[in-house]
Structure formats: C-alpha cells, structure tokens
Design a binder for this molecule. Sequence first.
Ligand code: TYD
Ligand code: MG
Length: 445
Amino acid sequence: MAREEKGKYNCSACGASTLLWTGKCPSCGAWGSLEKEVPLAGIGGRSAAPAKVVEVDSVVSPSRLSTGFAEFDRVLGGGWVPGGVILLGGAPGIGKSTLLLQTCGAMAARGVKILYISGEESASQVALRARRLGADNPGLRLYCDSDLASGLAALGDHGFLVVDSVQAMKAEEGGGWPGTPGQVRAAAQMCISAAKDRSVPAVLVGHITKEGRIAGPMLLEHMVDGVLTFSGEDYSPYRMLRANKNRFGSTEELGVFEMGEKGLLPVDDVSSLYWNKAEQSVPGVAMTMVLEGSLPLAAEIQSLAAGTAFPYPRRTARGIDVNKIQLFAAVLEKRCGIGCGLFDIYVNVAGGLQLKEPASDLALCAALASSVRDVPLPGKCLFLGEVGLAGEIRPVTRLPRRLQEASRLGFTRAVISSRENQLKGAPMETVRAATLREALKEVMR
Ligand code: TYD
Ligand code: MG
C-alpha cells in the first residue's frame, strides 16, 4: 500500500514535509494533502542542446479578447490574453457565475465560441440563468458535469473556456473528493495545460475560505496568470472586481458593478459612488479625492465631536485608522491651538469606503477641526494633502487627475500643499497652504 512505503511526503497546501504518511498534515492541519515526493531524475548529468533564445523586442504582444465590459477589461489590463488562465475568487453568492455568464454572452454575441464547464449547476439551471441575463447565444456551449477530463476533451475549436468551479471538478481517479488540495491542484493543472496547448484564454472560478483565501493549495495562486477577486458587502448591491495578481497588467485597477434584476451592470459614475452630495454644509464634514488604482473616488469624511464625560476621551473610527485620529488631534492641539482633549470624537467615512492613502490626511484634519470648533467648512471644497507631525502639508500623488475628476463632479475649490508643482493650470480655484494652521485659517474664519 502506498501509504506504508518509505519516502518523503510533501503537503500540497503548506509545503511541509514529513517521512510518514498521515491523513492530516501535521503542520497546517489540511486533510488529504500529503503527497509522495517524486525524485527528479537525470537533472545535472544531462547534456542538453542550447535552448532557443529570442530578443525581447522581437516578441509580439498577443491580441486581447474583450470581455464586453469596459470595467472588466480594465481590471484585466485590456481583456483576456490567449493561453492566459485567470482565477476568479469570491464568496458564495457574490455573483461570480453571473459575471462570467454575462461576459460569455457578450463574447458569444461577437462570434466567440465558448465552452462553459460547470460542476456546480445543471445545464437547465445555467441555461435558465443565461436566458434571464440575455446571454443565451448559441455560441455559448455548456458541459455540466464534474468529470473534468471529458469536459476538456470537448474544448476542440472553442475560443474561450470557463471552469465553474475548480473546487467542484474531479480531475484524478482515486484522488479523493473534489475540492481536496490534490484534486484542486490536478484540476487547475489540467485546465492550464489545455488553455496553453490551444492558446485559449481560460477562467477558473475559485471558492474562498472563511479567511478570504482561495480554497485549495497555496500553489494554486502561483500556477495561474492572474487572480481576480469579486467582493461586496451583504447590505450593498455594489460588487468590486480587483486583480490581486496579474501577469498581463496592473493589480491596481478597480471595476465596480451593481447587482440588480437583470444581473450585473457596470457602474459608470464610480467616482461619486461614496458621496451623498448633501447640499447644506454641516460642521465636521470634509471632502477629499482618493485613488483606487487609476480611479479617483470622491470620499466624504464625517467627524462628530461631543463633550466628553470621561477622563480619557473616546476616539472611534470607521473607514479610517483610529490611530490617525489620535495623531492628528495632537497635531491640531500643538500646531493650530485647537484642543480636542475635552471631546469624544467619532469619525466615519461615508458609504463604507476604507481610506488608506495619506492624501486624505488634510481632509481628516479639516473634518476634526471643523467638528471641534462647530464651524462648517465651505461647500464644494476639496482637501488634498498629507499632513506631517510638524503640521506641514505635503503634496499628493497624481494631483491633476484628482482635480480633473473633482471638477467634473462640481467641486470648485481645492486646498492643497504650497509645495505642489504638478499643476499647469488647475481646473478649479486652488488654495495653497504650507501648514495646517494656514489652511484652516483660510477655510474656517
Ligand atoms: P451567483 O453568480 O450564483 O454567485 P456565485 O457564483 O458567486 O456563487 O450569484 C447569485 C446571487 O446573485 C444570488 O444570490 C442572486 C443574485 N442575482 C441577482 O440579484 N440578480 C440576477 O440577475 C442574478 C442572475 C443573480
Ligand atoms: Mg457560482
């Protein structure tokens, strides 16, 4: 029996090795993941013919196949690449199958022959959904079974492959249940070979674990050319598509879709998604423009300062690091004479957006100062700057791009660093300030 043989066993999930086969990896606890190591024979002593090498500029870039959605194309770096394999991960029910069926429908309508292998749903389920989404084009062909080898044998002259999902596929006879690390790895390997052999773009759907990782061996993410994640909050119809790894493009792009009656619709005006466009000015509200990849988003920071009953005032934050409130409260007190010590401070970034960029520092400081003083900031005004401990305001990256989009949304004034030198004619009035004190004097009289 194989399990009693002597040798070395490696865990396909975490890479740990052991001399004894066990059902459970002693290192990471994965079940059925230990596999016997096969020694590599012949390397080193072999005399090989020199390999064919090519000049980098003589290699032509492959032509891309559009997904039919500008948002999706942008995240991929311009569309699918022939032979490129993309793993699409996301929580159950988030809309992975819906997104793929819609893109397949759009591609089939342009004459691409598509093989859609589903191990999770029956042909009638997929067809019903395709019909509802208007993706029921004859070019879209279904194979609904978990026998991957038979499915891939039908690839033939299809120009695009979907495998939904890699965890539902049975790749090796006797290799355990679908979804075990060995099966997932074998299934992915088979899909990758099929895609590369025929130079067909392929997308594999991947389930994610409770921790948010793609289920299966860690190796899986290394094997494919790109890993996309599709995510969203339970309460919100918006879905975000991001690339975590992309051999064919940037990993910075964000695509936003809205889930509705007719499936997913790309969101056109993403930049104002998180902004509730309130008309009247309220103390404690400051606007900024953050970048998600190359996409500018208007972000609204709301701060509420209320007299405290505690010796240690409360600092609560949603959408921003709470330590930033502590830090900028100290900067405001020391550099601007605005004491925050007698107030509990609550900060919220509207719409559930997470702010990580230092470019939003100035807006946070303005929101804090405005709430502590109880003076509203001017309307249609934007704050863009990084704030240092000395109270100085530093320039931000890609200022022209942010201002251009802000101007399109109707902002008329921007408070920026006096050291900004990226602007050649700003699309709006700019207030240049060297320090936080100067900036606040300008906007809170
Ligand atoms: P699905 O694509 O099956 O998710 P996944 O493949 O990621 O598991 O999406 C299922 C959810 O999407 C389901 O809860 C219903 C919702 N949905 C809509 O709201 N509108 C639609 O038109 C479709 C097709 C799905
Ligand atoms: Mg699905």
